[in-house]
Design a protein around this ligand. Structure first.
Ligand SMILES: [Zn+2]
Length: 294
């Protein structure tokens, strides 16, 4: 992948690295607490209460990995390169969605991205590296902790620049859902749901759609970013690693499909590839197919 050819975001990245971690004090979780929980759209299947609780617990794999045996292009970007990298991916995703919206006669407000280390404050509460990348619909920002590159490389499918791009494009996919009003509809349906399983099912549909949207973006930069089959495999490996079934098998030793919030490994790979192969956001209607056939 040659991400240097992609357009920059034009100031869309807010660099909060080294800003001193989490500010003190608790997070106000009032009547809209549930709303915030429902809307925080994360990449990893980590409990949103981590954000709302403001905890900054240590996460394994947070320290810098030994990179001696890792090919140059698959290393997590070094600190300055991290900024350049997220700036290019953000710029490119915003450009692609801007033109999709324009063709549909709609206005797209570009997503912005906060790059931070350890912890920071978001419009959805305190964020820490334990949470993983997420999109906050209340301030329209994607939050990425710099340690996530290393975490992915060590624990979540092996990383690689296109794998990291997939993560960012997935979060921008949640911004697109927010812009389209899909996030609001999902939140309403989740509130009206009669069971936790039903509420979770809407979340799964939303996450798989964000995976598909990430694929749509990937399709549109195939030539510009000189994507190879190996790059695509990086994203597939990541999607597989972060499927709910895989994460649950690792953490609980068993799989509970009703509690899925992001979809299985197979579903995540399939929807990403569906977007990637078609390049057509209309192929990403995860709400229009029976749940059992997702
Ligand atoms: Zn997500």
């Amino acid at each position: 992948m040659d991400w240097n050819n992609l357009p920059g975001s034009g100031g869309g990245v807010e660099d909060r690295r080294g800003a001193g971690g989490l500010p003190g004090g608790g997070i106000a979780v009032g009547g809209i607490g549930g709303l915030i929980i429902a809307l925080i759209a994360m990449f990893f299947g980590i409990d949103p209460s981590v954000i709302l609780g403001g905890g900054g617990g240590a996460v394994p794999g947070q320290s810098a990995p030994s990179q001696s045996s890792v090919p140059q292009s698959d290393r997590p970007p070094a600190s300055d390169e991290s900024y350049q990298f997220v700036d290019k991916i953000l710029g490119s995703t915003n450009q692609v969605w801007g033109s999709v919206f324009q063709q549909a006669g709609r206005t797209y407000t570009p997503a912005t991205l906060v790059l931070y280390s350890q912890g920071t404050q978001s419009g959805c509460g305190a964020a820490s590296s334990a949470v993983g990348p997420f999109y906050c619909p209340l301030d329209n920002k994607v939050y990425i902790d710099t340690s996530f590159f290393a975490t992915m490389q060590q624990r979540l499918g092996g990383g690689g620049d296109f794998a990291y791009s997939y993560v960012i494009a997935h979060e921008v996919g949640h911004h697109v859902q927010n812009e389209l009003g899909i996030a609001d509809q999902v939140e309403r349906k989740q509130r009206a749901a009669r069971s936790e399983a039903e509420a979770n099912s809407y979340g799964v549909r939303m996450e798989l759609q964000a995976d598909c949207f990430a694929g749509v973006w990937g399709n549109s930069v195939q030539t510009q970013a000189s994507l190879t089959q190996a790059d695509v495999q990086e994203a597939v490996n990541t999607a597989q690693a972060i499927g709910d079934d895989n994460l649950q098998r690792q953490s609980r030793g068993r799989v509970v499909p009703d509690s899925f919030t992001h979809g299985s490994s197979e579903q995540r790979v399939n929807w990403f590839m569906r977007g990637f192969k078609s390049g057509n956001p209309n192929q990403c209607d995860t709400f229009g197919v029976p749940y059992a056939q997702l």
